[in-house]
Design a protein around this ligand. Structure first.
Ligand code: ADP
Ligand code: MG
Length: 685
């Protein structure tokens, strides 16, 4: 949180003994400056402050022991090893070495007084310590024990623990001398939270005293750790609020709600909006009438009816002669939206068009022209919507569907691309982001502190819960039989093949093989295949056939994950569900249970399942509540995975852990507000 020229921002090479080579090592573990170094915290500690009597050793416990060698032998078991019996007044333990030198053998000879550190475990000769660290002591010497816990840092080859410790200590000294490590948090706050100051916390964590609670430190729950986590979360939070304020400072088109047109629209959709949908429509509509850009997240479980809500928002823009861009994560979904939006808006006289990476050059040229001259009101597509050369006439609203695929960076990028100039100076379009991955409150407060929220809670009336069954792929025959039965009843089935090693080609191959197998096993059925290698036209033809019930069974890769809507499909088989995240499984499962028949999802796993895998599939069996699933996903996989931002490096905290530290978040939020009010110049630049 420090700015300006200061010691804390000096490169590590200013430490004595750090040359270019070592600086390179440091940067491998993410350390460039002194600040990085002092916030490079140990991930665990060793207690080398006291001697454990050998008779009191417990398995899987690290301990310092001191005793006399009763002799050493080389034994030739499954692996050749050197054994040494070490004894004190309370008992004996075996030291075992698989790699050893002549000099080590001498060190261990009968009668040597040895100080050892290592982990005891059950071995073939009772309690053993494998490869302990050993120091040989003079016969009359007392062991020289540490007076503080020993920190173990994330390290790398060529940068040993010992050197890291020295450098950290030096950096801390330098900063202490220069009077840096300023306390950003007001005293009242740290007092209220019962947290130590910044400097004290750092000192404590780099060199905890003998009586520190290892258990607390291991869990990251020590007040000193909490203090630093708090600071980190706060810094992140302030950044988001800063972004938000910056955005809000821009102008956006004022778009009054076109009451009459909205009435007409509601008449033609063929159903009543649920109370939750109506509330979201109101919230969005209010934002659009403001001269500042909206930045709102529309959250709603799979099938909750977000599309129609976004369509009403779109109508508010196009009725005011502004354009709308609707971005979807896949081509299939973009095409589906194109269909819905064309059905809704063409009769009202608005032109809706599609632009994806696969749009042919000629069509693309025409589309771009009509986009630039304002003929097109709504442009639907994938990332292609914001590529070079795509010029809008007057973009008023950007709608992003299934936000979790895009990540936070892209969100920021879009904002800028959408900006444009008109007679009144620069203005920004409003933004509506839709996600079917319910975002756990925890993440909502941290990752999305820059957004407003609307939530569609609850599904449209008449939805039936999907029964989920987890079974081994050894029972494929039973599954095949079940498919036959369901199709005999006039229902349809999805068979989803999951990702193999992230390779789209292999995935398509797997789907093709599955198709062949299923065709052989189910000769009476009409079976289709859809995967990413098909041309857009082929894909939509396949989808149309399935929708029209010209196909009974659709074999698909995860391309059908989002947006596909076929109410007559009542069974989904997902092969190797253990490869997918919970959120993705939940999305897939949302494709069934849309009609009036009882629906099923069969998770056909490949044994053996890891403990993790078992837990995940159990969650799927036990709940269909997207929020519960998202919370579990966060717990099991961490926030980066949940938000799809792992690659982009968003939300990678050094110290804080969003799951562990969620209790801090309400206070973080409060502190941010206080700081902005009391010291705006300090936190808001
Ligand atoms: P999602 O939130 O997953 O994007 P969709 O917008 O695709 O969901 O809606 C799923 C289905 O529910 C669509 O067929 C849509 O027409 C239908 N639907 C949406 N709102 C309602 C409603 N209020 N009553 C009945 N059906 C609705
Ligand atoms: Mg949708």
């Amino acid at each position: 949180m420090n700015t300006g020229d200061s010691t804390i921002e000096l490169p590590v090479s200013t430490l004595s003994g750090v040359g270019p080579k070592l600086a390179e090592k440091f940067s491998q573990i993410g350390i460039q400056t002194l600040q990085d170094l002092i916030f490079h915290l140990p991930f665990r500690y060793q207690d080398r402050t006291r001697l454990t009597p050998i008779g009191g050793l417990q398995p899987s416990q690290d301990a310092v022991i001191c005793g006399y060698s009763k002799g050493s032998d080389i034994v030739f078991g499954r692996r050749r090893s050197l054994l040494c019996r070490l004894q004190d007044d309370t008992g004996t333990v075996t030291l075992r070495f698989f790699h050893f030198s002549k000099s080590q053998q001498i060190q261990l000879q009968t009668g040597s007084k040895l100080l050892c550190y290592g982990e005891a475990r059950h071995g073939s000769s009772g309690l053993e310590i494998y490869h302990p660290e050993i120091t040989r002591l003079a016969d009359n010497a007392e062991p020289n024990l540490d007076d503080r816990l020993t920190p173990i840092y994330p390290a790398t080859e060529g940068l040993s623990q010992k050197r890291l410790r020295t450098f950290v200590a030096e950096a801390m000294n330098k900063l202490d001398e220069s009077g840096e490590l300023p306390e950003l948090l007001p005293v009242e706050l740290t007092q209220k939270l019962r947290m130590p100051g910044l400097k004290d916390s750092l000192l404590y964590l780099h060199r905890p005293p003998q009586n520190a609670s290892l258990a607390e430190l291991d869990e990251g729950e020590h007040p000193a750790q909490q203090r630093l986590a708090f600071e980190e979360l706060l810094a992140h939070h302030l950044t988001l609020i800063r972004n938000r304020n910056r955005l809000r400072a821009h102008r956006a088109p004022v778009l009054p709600a076109p009451a009459a047109k909205i009435e007409i629209f509601k008449q033609q959709i063929g159903f009543e909006l649920t109370a939750a949908q109506a509330r979201c429509v109101r919230e969005i509509s209010d934002d659009l009438t403001q001269p500042r850009p909206m930045l709102r997240l529309l959250q709603g479980d799979v099938g909750s009816g977000k599309t129609v809500v976004s369509a009403i928002a779109a109508l508010q823009a196009i009725a005011n002669d502004y354009q709308v861009a609707l971005m979807a994560p896949t081509e299939i979904l973009a095409e589906q939206h194109l269909l819905s939006f064309t059905n809704w808006f063409q009769p009202m006289g608005f032109k809706v068009a599609l632009l994806t990476g696969k749009t042919r050059a000629k069509t693309r040229r025409e589309t771009l022209e009509q986009l630039a001259n304002g003929r097109i009101s709504i442009l639907i597509g994938t990332h292609a919507l914001f590529q070079e050369g795509v010029e809008y006439h007057n973009l008023g609203l950007v709608i992003i569907d299934e936000q979790h695929r895009f990540g936070v960076h892209q969100r920021l990028e879009l904002r800028d691309k959408g900006s444009s100039s008109d007679n009144n100076g620069e203005h920004y379009p409003h933004q509506l982001i839709m996600t079917a991955t319910p975002i756990p409150r925890t993440l909502a407060m941290s990752a999305y502190a820059d957004l407003d929220f609307s939530v569609i809670d609850g599904l449209p009336p008449g939805r039936k819960p999907v029964t989920t069954v987890v079974l081994s792929d050894k029972r494929r025959d039973e599954v095949v039989e079940r498919i036959q039965n369901i199709c005999n009843l006039g229902r349809q089935v999805y068979w989803v093949c999951t990702l193999i090693e992230e390779s789209e080609n292999l995935q398509c191959q797997a789907a093709e093989d599955t198709l062949i197998n299923l065709q052989a096993a189910l000769p009476g059925l009409r079976i289709g295949l859809i995967h990413g290698r098909l041309k857009a036209a082929e894909k939509s033809k396949m989808m149309d056939q399935f929708k029209a019930h010209q196909l009974d069974l659709l074999v698909a890769t995860t391309v059908i994950e989002v947006g596909v809507d076929v109410p007559n499909a009542s069974l989904m088989v997902i092969e190797n569900p253990e490869r997918l995240g919970l959120a993705q499984l939940h999305q897939l499962r949302g494709r069934v249970g849309r009609g009036d028949a009882e629906s099923f999802c069969l998770l056909l796993y490949h044994a053996p399942l890891s403990q993790h895998g078992k837990e995940r599939l159990k969650v799927m069996r036990e709940t269909s509540d997207g929020f519960v699933i998202a919370e579990k996903d966060l717990e099991l996989r961490g926030p980066g995975e949940v938000l799809g931002t792992r690659q982009t490096g968003d939300l990678q905290f050094r110290i804080a852990d969003l799951v562990r530290d969620q209790g801090l978040l309400p206070e973080v939020k409060l502190a941010a507000i206080q700081l902005m009010e009391n010291q705006p110049q300090r936190v808001m630049h």
